[in-house]
Write a protein that binds this ligand. Sequence first.
Ligand code: GLN
Length: 545
Amino acid sequence: MTVVGPRFVFVTGGVVSSVGKGIAAASIGALLLARGFSARLKKLEPYINVDPGTINPYKHGEVYVTDDGGETDLDMGHYERFTGIPTRAIDLLTTGKVYSSVIARERKGDYLGSDIQVVPHITDEIKRCVLSAVEGVDFVICEVGGTVGDIESLPFLEAIRQLRNDLGPQRSVNVHLTLLPYIASANELKTKPSQHSVRELLRTGIQPEFLICRSSHGFEGETRKKLSLFCNIPEPHIVDAPDENWIYQIPLNFHKSDLDGALCRYFSLSCQKVDLKKWEELVTRFQSSRNTVRLGVFGKYAHFLEAYKSLQEAIVHAGGAQGTKVEVQWVETEDEACVQAALPEVHAMIVPGGFGSRGIPGKLRAIQYARENKIPFLGICLGMQLAIIEAARHLLGLPDASSTEFGETPEPVIALMTEWMQGEQLQRRTACGNLGGTMRLGAYPCVVRPNSKLAGVYDGKKEISERHRHRYEVNSTYLERLEKVGLCFSGWSPDGDLPEAVEYTDHPWFLAVQYHPEFKSRPFAPHPLFVHLVQAALRKKKGAQ
Ligand code: GLN
């Protein structure tokens, strides 16, 4: 029988959250690509928010921005990094989005007088989104956020149950990820929570065909047998997923458990040869560093690193590419004593993106120190805005210089831009607009000034494209004065209106950008800004020795 259309791999999770469902889905994607198939990854998020743009990163981790301006979940970053396939705003479906579109249609009268119900109206909308925009790919990997048993997940699981019937087993499979807790007194990994989790999934009408079991130790025959018996899953479909220090090792571990081979057999696909050489090389490269540098990241969520996921990964990629272990010191800038103590310790610094006025003096102090002491420095988004404020205060002699984001100021060197062009279209935002709708979001082109440091970083490219997520911009009325005190604006929007990058010519390596380079760094293609920062840190370390 010929199968028409993509096959769907639904990834659900149970027992507890944070077991690594996103990385599991991304790794399945990587393995299918390594077998020569094409794939797309999607995420279904049960929370009621329309997107995570307004969720505190301290609660939900980083907001990952797609090229097309979607504010999405941090797992989408894993998908891109593991597969290299750019994700799109529509690849994240939330309860908020589903209900918004169903309600909008109801208001237009599209439901012809019927009363709107979870089944079929909400589930139909979920199914429509899962099935849409996947033409031409061999596989769609669709992760369901949250944990089986959450109230919010129910409509999504019901939609998947229906989809599994619509598509048939030839085109759909469910992979369930659970945790096997280790009980020290019994010296045993416990399977009971996984059994309960599968039972909970069964209550929604879904019998998983595969089980991935995360554990601290890994397991052998007896545990596998038990899981197979009680969860009604064939033994070869039970995948051992021991804890791993390197997330990029996980596709290789899954392969060792033959997950990709078993998936191919499940779908009756002739097993194409798998090529994992690049993954093996990557892991070896990342694990064998010749040098070490210390990098200070002066931020606000320093005690919750999920808020800086892409940044963390971009640093790992750049270090790996340079055979250098980058020891990151996450410095909480609200604690000024902590900032002060960290400054002389590091070979390079980053001030990352952020929102709000908390911790700003500490960040400004770090920037001033980097400028005056010639420490390699990368400012990202808010980090660039603060680099401008620091220059205005200390070089231009405007002690009140600030951003209107932090309150009223007589010297608004950073201010809300109300209009700008995106391609041919005029975009507008207002200070009182809804929060989600007032940002410059997604990929924008940036023209690079020839012979600048930025041009060196981007290999002499004249125009680049990077992703944005911010409300405020450099106020153009201060540009000339800032240039006079040594700032060089080396990146511009193509119309020449918005500065995108700034640097000091008399500093060994000080670059600040209005965009977020970390979103586009990949393990196999580290972002050049981070690579150059690590190189500058290595030079700094050598010079200091
Ligand atoms: N808060 C700043 C703005 O909205 C910077 C945002 C960011 O760093 N992503 O413009």
